[in-house]
Structure formats: structure tokens, C-alpha cells
Write a protein that binds this ligand. Structure first.
Ligand code: URA
Length: 210
């Protein structure tokens, strides 16, 4: 049981997050910043990734040097906002596999309803990194990880841009073994399940749908 929260306080990440929070930021700028932050988050979430030594030759001599096996990583996108993290993560780990979980939020109950689920084969050999920019009520995060655990991945990590204290508590009450990587823990949820101060609806802001 880890129950860990990794708060990513790196100044570059915090600077970009501040820009993303600004309500007048354009869709293209929001998307570019999200892409940049996701590369930096990929760096943090893969920090303890296993490596193995291979034999190589430099221009000067032979040596043994470490490499990762990127194929062992599965980025699990919680649709639709999680897809905003994907390109940046794949820039950094191009060999990674990708799974998708489709969940929508019932506007009355705020509960998560699944409409799509597709993972690569042989999940027991893979480390899953679940992507969802907003850990708000925690309902989608809990539902996605509940389903993901049925495939028995070797490990699971959860990456978000922002988290609400309520969502973090709910998530870790159900999945204390899954570490969460996030750039900020905001004050609270409002009555509509939005994180405040937050950045609004991440999906709408990255896709320009509002
Ligand atoms: N989803 C969002 O996109 N924003 C929130 O504040 C909460 C959930």
C-alpha cells in the first residue's frame, strides 16, 4: 500500500499550469501547453522505470549501457480529456502501447458510466500509466482503475494536471496502492463537480467545444 501523491512542483510545470488556468487563453495555446506539460510529467512518472544493460559500441570503445523497454509501458487514456496528455507522453516514450477507457459523467449523479474499454494484450508484463488531466470527484479515476485492475497490469500509476482534495481522498480510499502524480491540489470541488479555482472544463478547453 503506497497511498502516495507526487506533487510536481518543478517551476517549468508550475509556470505552464498558471498559463493554462487563465480563462482567456486560446484553444491552441492551451493545447500546446498541455502537450509541453505532459512531456515533463512523462519524465517524472517514468523516473523509476526498469532499465537493462545492453552491449553497444561508441566511436571509441565497447561498453554496456542502460536502455528502457518502452513497450512495457501502457498509457491508458481516460477519454476524452486524457487524450490531451497522450502526444507528449508518446514523444518521450515512443514505444509505449496505448489503452483507452471511455467514461462519461452522469450529470445528475456525477457517477462514471463506461462506454469503451480497450487494452493491449499481456497486461501482466506492462506498467500502466493512467492519464486524466482532472482528478475531480474521483469517480472516473476509480472506475477506470477498477476496470484496469481486471487486466492485472504489472503496476499502475495515475497522472493528472489538477486534483481536488475530495477526489484524491476518494481515489486513495479505493486504490491506496496507486500513486498519483499531479501538478497541483486545488481548494475544493464546487456544486457541479468542477475543481476550483481549477481551469474549467479541460476537454472543452483543449478541443474548443465551448
Ligand atoms: N473535469 C474538468 O474538465 N474540469 C473540472 O474542473 C472537473 C472535471
Amino acid at each position: 500500500m503506497t497511498n502516495q501523491v507526487h506533487l510536481i512542483t518543478h517551476p517549468l510545470v508550475q509556470h505552464k499550469l498558471t498559463l493554462m488556468r487563465q480563462k482567456d487563453r486560446s484553444t491552441s495555446s492551451f493545447r500546446r501547453l498541455l502537450n509541453e506539460i505532459s512531456m515533463l510529467l512523462a519524465y517524472e512518472v517514468t523516473r523509476d522505470m526498469p532499465t537493462q544493460l545492453i552491449d553497444i559500441e561508441t566511436p571509441l570503445e565497447a561498453m554496456r549501457s542502460p536502455v528502457i523497454d518502452g513497450k512495457k509501458t501502457v498509457f491508458v487514456v481516460i477519454m476524452r480529456a486524457g487524450s490531451g496528455f497522450l502526444d507528449g507522453m508518446l514523444e518521450v516514450v515512443p514505444g509505449a502501447r496505448v489503452g483507452h477507457v471511455g467514461l462519461y459523467r452522469d450529470p445528475k449523479t456525477l457517477g462514471a458510466v463506461e462506454y469503451y474499454f480497450k487494452m493491449p494484450q499481456e497486461m501482466h508484463e506492462r506498467d500502466a500509466v493512467v492519464l486524466d488531466p482532472m482528478l475531480a470527484t474521483g469517480n472516473s479515476a476509480v472506475a477506470a482503475v477498477d476496470r484496469l485492475k481486471e487486466t492485472r497490469p504489472r503496476s499502475i500509476r495515475f497522472v493528472s494536471l489538477l486534483a481536488a482534495p475530495e477526489g484524491l481522498a476518494r481515489f486513495h480510499a479505493r486504490h491506496p496502492d496507486v500513486p498519483v502524480y499531479t501538478c497541483a491540489i486545488d481548494r475544493q470541488l464546487n456544486d457541479h463537480g468542477y475543481i476550483v479555482p481549477g481551469l474549467g472544463d479541460a476537454g472543452d478547453r483543449m478541443f474548443g467545444t465551448k
